[in-house]
Ligand binder design. Structure first.
Ligand SMILES: [Zn+2]
Length: 405
């Protein structure tokens, strides 16, 4: 496989089309677990070694269950112990990383890709990073980020958004140990949603990934776009700069007439003044004596989302957070969007809003409605990423990138 960094380097030359043609698959490095001290692993034909060259079969029956422990770790050396399920030591390795391969690998009960790298962290624990083909990665992301029961064309739009997002993030992390987190911090990657499901769902996911393989949303320089997406825009999608303060080129916004009609479009969250005080005290590092006096929203973006929130505590220090930070403090799952209004009922704050998620890029609920109306995936993508270019590529070497029709 060709390392991503090299391939991404080629993308700059996209429209000049001078870079050598490659059909090699793109590999991504996904951090599955972090901060572990031990790992329960099972698989067929397990091989383990401190370097790819030193990798060899563990001395156990073909279908093995092992426990990998970081037994001793210092600046100068790290000692790994590999034990059988019954606790019998099978081997010891030295080095700052372990390479593990095997078929039908599982960490605990969770299926994982068949090539893993275990890397010691500065805190003397270890992370587990899986290496895999980009499309393999998408089979674990797609059903984790959008229900696999949704229309095919919505799933195809999601696959391309997720592929583009992954490549854009990976491009930023070329010097890091991994390209992507397997969690909501990047995109949820969970192979249980592809492997531990009905064959018809497995086939549908595989078909969506296969039929969109190599298709990427690109900016006008030919680089993959960080194609944000969210559950439900509430009626109007949002500019990235209004959420994260970013200054890059915007990928487009749109109205979504059907979203406010969704049964899940409207939400309410209630929280007591004391609980809110504790959240802000923790956020600002304040002592027990400080109380929450008032909260006030400041401004709305053209899409209707709150811009900032002023927080008045009893020490009267002026404090203002962006509405995105406000969501983070209250919890993204509690405050589902920044399109809300709030009112005190006694010592209870009642927040009522619409939509779910940051509102940038593709609205998944809207994409589902468009697919139900018969729109193909490229039209769905055009709706939400009107400034992006849909490129068809071979192994991420886009040949003939073209504007979405
Ligand atoms: Zn929407």
């Amino acid at each position: 496989m060709l390392r991503l960094g090299r391939i991404l380097g080629f993308l700059g030359a996209l429209f000049i089309a001078l870079a050598p043609f490659s059909t090699e698959a793109v590999e991504v490095r996904v951090r599955l677990k972090k901060g572990l001290t031990q790992l329960e692993l099972s698989g067929l034909g397990l091989t383990i070694g401190s370097s790819p060259a030193a990798i060899k079969p563990v001395g156990l029956p073909r279908m093995s269950e092992v426990r990998v422990q970081l037994a001793n770790s210092s600046k100068r050396w790290n000692v790994w112990r590999v034990k059988s399920k019954t606790g019998q030591l099978t081997e010891t390795h030295m080095g700052d990383r372990l390479f593990i391969e095997g078929e039908t690998l599982r960490i605990g009960l969770d299926p994982v890709p068949h090539t893993l790298e275990v890397v010691v962290t500065p805190s003397r624990r270890f992370d587990v990073i899986a290496r895999m083909d980009l499309d393999k990665y998408l089979t674990g992301v797609l059903p984790s980020e959008m229900p696999a029961s949704w229309p095919l064309e919505a799933l195809k739009a999601q696959a391309i958004a997720s592929r583009s997002y992954a490549l854009a993030i990976a491009r930023e992390r070329q010097a890091e140990e991994f390209d992507l987190e397997a969690t909501v911090f990047d995109q949820v990657f969970d192979l249980r949603n592809h492997i531990d499901v009905d064959m018809s769902i497995q086939n549908k996911i595989a078909r969506v990934v296969r039929e969109t393989s190599g298709q990427v949303l690109l900016d006008d320089r030919g680089f993959p776009v960080k194609a944000h997406y969210h559950a439900d825009c509430g009626g109007q999608t949002e500019l990235a700069r209004n959420v994260w303060g970013t200054r890059g080129k915007e990928m487009g916004t749109t109205k979504d007439a059907l979203c406010p009609l969704s049964p899940l479009a409207n939400w309410q969250y209630r929280i007591s003044r004391v609980a809110l005080r504790d959240l802000f005290a923790s956020y600002y590092g304040l002592g027990d004596g400080v109380t929450l006096e008032a909260l006030a929203t400041r401004g709305r973006s053209p899409s209707g989302r709150i811009v900032d929130v002023d927080v008045v505590m009893s020490d009267r220090e002026p404090r203002r957070v962006t509405s995105h930070q406000f969501r983070q403090i209250l919890g993204f799952s509690h405050l589902k969007s920044t399109n809300f209004r709030m009112v005190w009922q006694g010592d209870m704050l009642v927040l009522e809003g619409r939509g779910h998620g940051h509102g940038v890029g593709m609205c998944q609920y809207g994409a589902r409605q468009l697919a139900k109306r018969g729109l193909p995936y490229n039209e769905i993508l055009k709706t939400y990423y009107s400034n992006a270019i849909l490129g068809q590529s071979d192994g991420l070497r886009p040949s003939g990138a073209k504007k979405i029709l």
